[in-house]
Design a protein around this ligand. Sequence first.
Ligand code: FMN
Length: 170
Amino acid sequence: MEFYELVRRRRSVRAYKLDPVEEEKLMRILEAGRLAPSAANKQPWHFIVVKDAKVKEQLRKAYDREWFVKAPVVIVVCADPSAAWRRRDGEEYWKVDAAIAMEHIILAAANEGLGTCWIGAFDEKVVKEVLSIPEHIRVVAMTPLGYAAEEKGPVTDRKPLEQIVHFDKW
Ligand SMILES: Cc1cc2nc3c(=O)[nH]c(=O)nc-3n(C[C@H](O)[C@H](O)[C@H](O)COP(=O)(O)O)c2cc1C
């Protein structure tokens, strides 16, 4: 799909079909995440692909929505803060890096005709327990991945450019 059209068409999907996601599509989507830019090219991310129905059901303890675990795949984007770039004033960039990779994944999924929904409101402790994620690793975002079972129009509910763009000064 043409890029700007893709950006307009991508929506958060909260209803999924049970149809599986083709392996080639999944791998292209993960590859798009791998190619994301990161501060000092540190690539501090890890992607966990969950397909096992029992594991997905356990993830529900971290984010209790039927549609979240009904999707055939859940992708969990993690970051290793100890592997990420840190600015001289101490500002950490692992969350920014992982968020960029997540957005690559989400746009690539839309390009493959697949739905996603960025999940931020999860219980991180539970996700880490369920997926045996090491102590020092942070969970930044999760998304279901699958074919949408709902029709959504393009993005409309955004602030106009005049409210958010500043030229030359604030
Ligand atoms: C950082 C972040 C966290 C989000 N967390 C959740 C979430 O926990 N649950 C959910 O249903 N949607 C979540 N969303 C989706 C937003 O609600 C959604 O992107 C926004 O309302 C705009 O709608 P659209 O994605 O359909 O354009 C999140 C999105 C972002 C970027």
